[in-house]
Design a protein. Structure first.
Length: 105
């Protein structure tokens, strides 16, 4: 089992941003229900959902609990490098660019 933070794809960032009214684009009906479940889950059930859907878990946690989460997800959704990223390659995870260790190249 991997202990690394999941990568958040641009599509996931767009879905989560839309769900929280911060831009992006709407997901399909199944994913919309998953996002609603994340948004209303208690801590135990949030972790259960995140086990099954790690990219959505990371994105929802970012938008709900990280003061820079919206900006971070918007950068991912726009395909832009993480703030402070030196390579601009990605993929983007919750800590920034995974290619250059969270932008600390």
């Amino acid at each position: 089992m991997s202990t690394s933070a999941p990568t958040i794809p641009a599509e996931t960032a767009n879905h989560v941003l839309f769900h929280y009214g911060r831009g992006g684009y709407q997901a399909g009906s199944f994913t919309t229900y998953i996002l609603s479940a994340f948004a209303t889950a208690d801590e135990v059930n949030f972790h259960r959902l995140a086990t099954a859907f790690p990219d959505y878990g990371a994105a929802v946690a970012a938008i709900q609990y990280d003061r820079d989460g919206v900006a971070h997800l918007q950068r991912i959704a726009d395909g832009k490098p993480a703030a402070g990223c030196g390579c601009g390659v990605g993929p983007w995870g919750p800590d920034g660019c995974e290619s250059c260790a969270g932008g600390k190249q």
